[in-house]
Design a protein around this ligand. Structure first.
Ligand SMILES: [Zn+2]
Length: 337
């Protein structure tokens, strides 16, 4: 993590500045240390070079959003694709009742930071060494720039061009996953001067950073551990935000949109690539899934998403639909008005 990232990193709890303590570094690159909030004194670690700025109660591993909404304990195996089976078994009406009865306290699932750090350190070393990429065809899939193809490749290209067309110098990628979208944007768009990628699954951070390094952009790019519903990012600090396909994997769509809006400068763009409809996997009817998704604040479909974005102050600049190989995809450009 570059020292300069402290210019825009903030405490996810109170959004105050962070001060670095007990730091080890190589030149401007912070390898380990603690970031302490100058406002509320919360502490966040830098683990093997990566800042982990998860708010209290955030789960640091990915959970199916349905499970998260229903309060299923982390670590419970996903039931079917994105746990849609679980929803079917519970039944829509009963599931909506569970949502209503969940107290706000049950949102706060405490993670054990010591346990987390220990497990992560092993994985981090493995990924930083590049060893992880040597298996399961990851070298070919993840380190081949520019991407040569794959399912829905032309839609991906369109998305890349659309992001580039907003002419950002400062770009933030949200719901980054392994960083496929953001590393390709970084590779193809040499106008970028600052790149941040926020992902809650901390395992992804080291492999994503490895990819930034692989394309020679380590010094301007940061993979950051964070929750997109409470971004550890200063307000109005980026020109363009992007998400590639993450929305269906998110619980808390409205909070996310608010945060995306907040971190953009006035007039900044948010470019989203997403599925037209929530994915039913043919397990539930679309109307049942949509009904639950709306009640639970999960991704409920294109129209509902646009509506939520407009309610939060975004204007729609353009929206285009594409016939994907499995389902319709959308690329929408929003502007912070
Ligand atoms: Zn704070």
């Amino acid at each position: 993590m570059q020292i300069s990232a402290l210019e825009y990193l903030r405490c996810p709890e109170c959004r105050e500045h962070l001060s670095m303590q007990d730091m080890t570094k190589r030149k401007c690159d912070i390898r380990s240390g603690t970031m302490e909030c100058t406002g509320c004194s919360h502490k966040y670690p830098v683990i093997m070079g990566r800042p982990a700025l998860l708010p209290d109660g955030a789960v640091n591993i990915w959970q199916a959003p349905l499970d998260e909404a229903l309060g299923v304990p982390p670590g419970t195996p996903v039931n079917g694709a994105l746990s849609v089976n679980r929803l079917k078994e519970i039944g829509i009406e009963r599931a909506i009742e569970i949502l209503r009865n969940r107290s706000t306290n049950s949102e706060l699932i405490e993670s054990d930071p010591n346990m987390v750090t220990k497990v992560l350190l092993g994985r981090a070393r493995y990924r930083i060494s590049g060893e992880w990429f040597k298996h399961c065809g990851r070298n070919e899939r993840l380190l081949d720039f520019p991407a040569k193809g794959g399912g829905n490749y032309y839609i991906f290209r369109e998305f890349m061009n659309t992001v580039q067309g907003t002419q950002p110098e400062y770009l933030i990628d949200l719901l980054s996953g392994g960083g496929y979208g953001v590393t390709h944007q970084a590779f193809g768009n040499r106008e970028l001067r600052r790149i941040a990628a926020v992902e809650r699954d901390l395992n992804c951070l080291w492999s994503m950073q490895y990819r930034f390094k692989h394309i020679g952009l380590n010094s301007i790019s940061e993979s950051i551990g964070g929750d997109v519903r409470r971004l550890p990012i200063a307000s109005e600090s980026f020109d363009t935000a992007m998400t590639l396909q993450g929305l269906v994997e998110l619980y808390g769509i409205r909070g996310f949109i608010k945060e995306a809006y907040r971190v953009l400068r006035q007039g900044g763009y948010y470019v989203a690539h997403y599925s037209e409809d929530p994915v039913t996997y043919d397990i539930l009817s679309l109307s049942d899934l949509r009904k639950f998704a709306l009640a639970a604040d999960l991704y409920a479909g294109h129209e509902q998403f646009i509506e939520a974005a407009e309610e939060n102050g975004f204007g729609v600049i353009s929206t285009r639909v594409f016939e994907g190989t499995k389902a319709k995809k959308r690329i929408t450009v929003f502007r912070k008005m």
